[in-house]
Design a protein around this ligand. Structure first.
Ligand code: UD1
Ligand code: MG
Length: 459
């Protein structure tokens, strides 16, 4: 029998107080909903339906082709949202797992476990519950005298006694699919909130159907994220878990509570990560690289034995043994060759450098292709922008660029060129030449003795 998933992500997420819809809000720089969808993709599911409504285009852009979309025009509650999946699933036989789009810590193992438990129980529906110390905000699980689930009561509707119940509804349910769509239209509007609560389905199904519970031990795994504080809590769990896995795999992380590593990052054994470092996106860090402190790396490849400290590296590649920083900024397709030295206050954008090239201090290298053994003196700039368009700089091998040089692009500098300090070079320089492009120096002999200087005492 096939398995389906319905994920509810149409809500406004009012408690977030953010422009971005809640379920698309980033955790470790990745939209919350993507964690859930990735886990659906690796679970034993035949089809996943994502119910979207508020700012639906954000989700459609993110997940086009990966889920079936259902649309909830008005946000009338979780029961109504689930019903919106009927066009996609109503007629199909099988089991459906319902998940909320605000539970980023769920994983494929748990999803499969719930489906298996539901199957082997022979219950018509399984409600996934857990015990928490602070149940505030969650629906409470009310059990009858036989210990079986009788209903779910939302926080607002709880009596004083029910508020004491610490077993809560995680918002995950496994249910016979055709039965689900038979029951959903029967849910009535909650008077207090004016919404159709999915949770009411439990009481509705009594006494005709069998409902069981699956009690999760690790309650944090199913936490619902409703505000920005909860985002930070979810992020902390995720961070600790990811860091631990890397450390057990041979990555040394100093002060791990200050190190944030994204979900899809690959780090090989032998790497050292110093404090206050963030590595996110599709980054890959190869053995014996030393990263940090105070470094941000996003969607970049860092090869063996590279060192990056106090620097920003976005969408870039750094080849073996190069050293980056302190205070360097590589971005937008920078590719640093092997054995480079990219030092203090150097920015490299959309440029490649050859082996053993050095820009040790205060340089801007943009839209450039640089050969091997090039030395950028302090203050050298590839002048790539004329106010309208960007232009390219091409530099050969074994080139020495003196301090405070402007290379006004488009320009080509041949192999073995030497450019004198302070030059503003606007024309190509052929192989082996020395270019000086600055005013001649004039020394006016005996000039200063005619200057009237204040006496030392008058100062
Ligand atoms: C819900 C449950 C609560 C449970 C908690 C677990 C209900 C009524 N309450 O409360 O029992 O303990 O989750 O975290 O189900 N959504 C829609 N359309 C809507 C309303 C919501 O798609 O009209 C989506 C939201 O985008 C969200 C999810 O449903 O992803 C849950 O909604 P939320 O408002 O967060 O419900 P909770 O108050 O957390
Ligand atoms: Mg919630």
């Amino acid at each position: 029998m096939p398995n389906y998933a319905i994920v509810l992500a149409a809500g406004k997420g009012t408690r977030m107080k953010t422009e971005m819809p809640k379920c698309a809000y980033p955790i470790l720089k990745k939209p919350m909903i993507e964690y859930i969808v990735e886990n659906l993709e690796t679970s034993t599911l035949d089809e996943s339906v994502l119910v979207v409504g508020h700012k639906r285009e954000v989700f459609e852009d993110l997940l086009e082709g990966r889920v079936t979309f259902a649309h909830q025009e008005d946000q009338l509650g979780t029961g109504h949202a689930t019903l919106m999946a009927q066009d996609a699933l109503k007629e199909k036989e099988g089991t459906t797992i319902i998940l909320l789009g605000d539970m980023p810590l769920i994983n494929d193992k748990i999803i499969n476990k719930i489906l298996n438990a539901h199957r082997s129980s022979n219950d018509d529906m399984t409600v996934v519950t857990t015990h928490v110390d602070n149940p505030k905000g969650y629906g409470r699980i009310v059990r009858n005298q036989f210990g079986r689930i009788a209903s779910i009561v939302e926080q607002l509707d709880c009596t004083k006694e029910q508020k004491q119940i610490k077993e809560i509804n995680t918002g995950i349910y496994a249910v016979d699919n055709t039965l689900l769509f038979e029951m959903l239209p029967k849910i009535e509007k909650n008077k207090r909130k004016g919404e159709y609560y999915l949770t009411d389905i439990v009481a509705l199904m009594q006494p005709d159907y069998h409902i069981g519970t699956f009690v999760m031990r690790d309650s944090y795994r199913v936490m619902g994220v409703n505000d920005l504080y909860a985002i930070s809590v979810a992020e902390k769990y995720m961070r600790d878990e990811i860091n631990k896995e890397h450390m057990l795999n041979g990555v040394s992380i100093i002060n791990p509570e200050t190190v944030t590593i994204g979900h899809n990052v690959r780090i090989e054994p032998g790497v050292t990560i110093h404090p206050n470092t963030t590595i996110t996106g599709d980054s890959h860090i190869k053995p014996y690289a030393v990263i940090g402190p105070n470094t941000e790396i996003h969607s970049s490849i860092i090869h063996k034995e590279v060192q990056v400290k106090h620097s920003l590296v976005y969408d870039s590649i750094i080849h073996p043994r190069s050293t980056i920083g302190p205070f360097a900024h590589l971005r937008n397709g920078a590719e640093i060759g092997p054995d480079n030295r990219i030092g203090n206050f150097v920015e490299v954008k959309k440029s490649t450098t050859g082996k053993n090239t050095k820009a040790a201090h205060l340089a801007y290298i943009g839209d450039a292709t640089t050969g091997e053994n090039v030395n950028f003196g302090c203050g050298s700039v590839t002048v790539n922008y004329d106010g309208v368009q960007k232009h390219k700089t091409i530099i050969g091998n074994d080139v020495f660029i003196g301090c405070n040089t402007n290379l006004v692009a488009p320009i080509t500098i041949g192999d073995e060129v030497f450019i004198a300090a302070g030059s503003t070079v606007t024309k190509d320089v052929p192989k082996g030449a020395m270019a000086i492009a600055r005013n001649h120096q004039i020394n006016k002999a005996d000039y200063t003795k005619h200057l009237i200087r204040p006496k030392q005492d008058d100062k």
